[in-house]
Design a binder for this molecule. Sequence first.
Ligand code: TXA
Ligand code: MG
Length: 311
Amino acid sequence: MTPFNLNIALETLKKGLPIGFPTETVYGLAANALDDKAVAHIYTLKKRPKFNPLIAHVASIEKAEQYVIFTNHARLLAKAFWPGPLTLVLEQKKDSGISTLATAGLSTLAVRQPAHPMALELLQHLDFPLVAPSANPSESISPTSAKDVQEAFTDLYVLDGGPCTVGLESTILDLTTSTPTLLRPGAITIEQLENVLDTTIMPYKGDKILAPGQMKRHYAPSLPLRLNADSVKPEEALLSFGKHEMKICREELNLSPTGNLKEAAANLFRYLRQLDNPSKNAGIAVAPIPQEGLGLAINDRLHRAAEPSKS
Ligand code: TXA
Ligand code: MG
């Protein structure tokens, strides 16, 4: 990041205004987590229901400890996976100063230290954490490039950190329950978490247990998605994975021709955006993705995107 870009970003945030910034997962719409008005800007921009709490992004474990109570589990996991795509839900410290709008009034706070060098550099220069939901209007596809963000929010200052390497939102683990509970699958898998903790984790319950306020339909393109397709209809585009023998009439994008789940995750939202073109296609057929490792997170996002729109 040039000193010029850094300065604009810092000044904008210090004025209580939001900016767009890169993380390794997806781009975030960031604002001062201690400032109600700044947080309110985010909800207005995203048109997001106010009961949905936000993740506070911090520069280090030490910074996180100013706001939340670190348990042994939290320390082990943060040491193993921070900076990186893991969000921990922990009890807030008394008088943490975090905006109640950001936590939707909960006593807990979701925290993570992002790994993208630009995000880290920005956070190191601030004396407050940044709350940052994905930088997309509520219910649309999460952004994995600065261009995605700028198209949705034309007046927003956006730091361009290139394409996101992970491409899926962070894994969220709730450590305030008696058994640690997975609230959102992501790039850090349940097996990786269990290896570090040496204890079992309550697996993700699909739509039964959601992170508070998390809507079923979330990561949505405008065209209908048909999941686990083994053939393609003439009017459909195909989002494929690995080798296949399906006949294609229109467009095809392959998430990973070699069947690599990491590559597929990084391409998912970008390819959904590309195929979501009603002037060319009437729907998107999606090939089956193996339900293992990162495949759980990919299938979770696909199921949400396939929910029919209420509007
Ligand atoms: O990868 C990510 O996590 C991205 C980047 C920008 O860091 N951010 C992101 O934020 O995905 P967002 O706002 O789109 O998703 C935050 C999720 C929501 O599902 C919310 O319900 C959950 O985190 N959450 C936040 N605070 C919580 C809390 N105290 N308890 C339980 N869930 C919480
Ligand atoms: Mg989001």
